[in-house]
Design a protein. Structure first.
Length: 115
């Protein structure tokens, strides 16, 4: 059974940078596509970044120019680095793994941007 666990969220100030991590267990991580999404209560889940097993990357509009997705297959871990955080970045951030036709989600980590 695949389990994803996010970490790195918390309270940050406007203008700060943040690294989110997502560790996967019980999977052939390197064969899957990885991604980061976020959700604000009452709003649809928003795609932030996506990376294929071959390393192709796509960013959502809100991450263009300030977000970086990466993965370390040896550690079964994916990352999202975000610069210049603002109040609009306040949300619950989730990682996702698409593997062999199945989709797995982490429980999420809350990021709150406030002065």
């Amino acid at each position: 059974q695949v389990q994803l666990v996010e970490s790195g969220g918390g309270l940050v100030h406007p203008g700060d940078s943040l690294r989110l991590s997502c560790s996967a267990s019980g999977s052939t991580f390197s064969a899957g596509s990885v991604g980061w999404w976020r959700q604000v209560p009452g709003q649809p889940r928003e795609l932030l970044a996506f990376m294929s097993p071959e390393g192709q990357i796509k960013y959502g509009e809100s991450m263009e120019g300030r977000g970086t997705i990466s993965r370390d297959n040896a550690k079964n871990t994916m990352y999202l680095d975000v610069d210049n955080l603002g109040p609009d970045d306040t949300a619950r951030y989730h990682c996702r793994l698409d593997l062999k036709g199945n989709v797995y989600w982490g429980q999420g980590t809350q990021v709150t941007v406030s002065s």
